[in-house]
Design a binder for this molecule. Structure first.
Ligand SMILES: [Zn+2]
Length: 148
């Protein structure tokens, strides 16, 4: 890495430390030319898009919230924690591969519905009925017919 002080091409790592919470690695580097020291941080290159809510507010993506909605939909349903975890992983992969800086919350809703439809029909209907907040019984009936 180039020295930020004299632009010399050779710098050496003098010290490497993992942060207390393990989120990043901190390296002290020293320039081979001017001997000045500087610090670099190494972090995993994953960043989730911000989620844009219906009212226009932007919130950071939170796995805990996704987990909570799945927990609620899958309550007392015969779906293992492993199955649920891999559903969350598939949703997160899609969020990351969207490579967008922000995504509407409805996009997550659609991804959750797609996963639940595969996992458990009852959970799917539970989630969809809350998520789509049906106006009338016919809309709800159409959804139930769809999974039958
Ligand atoms: Zn230098």
């Amino acid at each position: 890495m180039k020295c930020p002080f004299c632009a010399h091409n050779e710098t050496q790592v003098a010290d490497t430390r993992v942060s207390d919470d393990g989120d990043f690695i901190r390296r002290r580097r020293q320039c081979a030319h001017c001997a000045k020291r500087f610090t670099t941080y190494e972090r995993p290159d994953v960043s989730f898009p911000s989620i844009v809510k219906k009212d226009g507010r932007r919130v950071p993506y939170a796995r805990a919230k996704l987990q909570a909605s799945l927990d609620l939909a899958l309550r007392k349903r015969p779906v293992s924690t492993e199955q649920q975890d891999s559903a969350i992983e598939r949703i997160e992969e899609k969020l990351l591969s969207a490579a967008a800086r922000e995504l509407p919350s409805s996009r997550i809703g659609e991804l959750v519905m797609r996963e639940l439809k595969k996992l458990d029909k009852v959970a799917y209907v539970r989630f969809a009925s809350v998520y789509r907040s049906f106006e009338d019984i016919d809309e709800f009936r159409a959804l139930v017919d769809e999974v039958r």
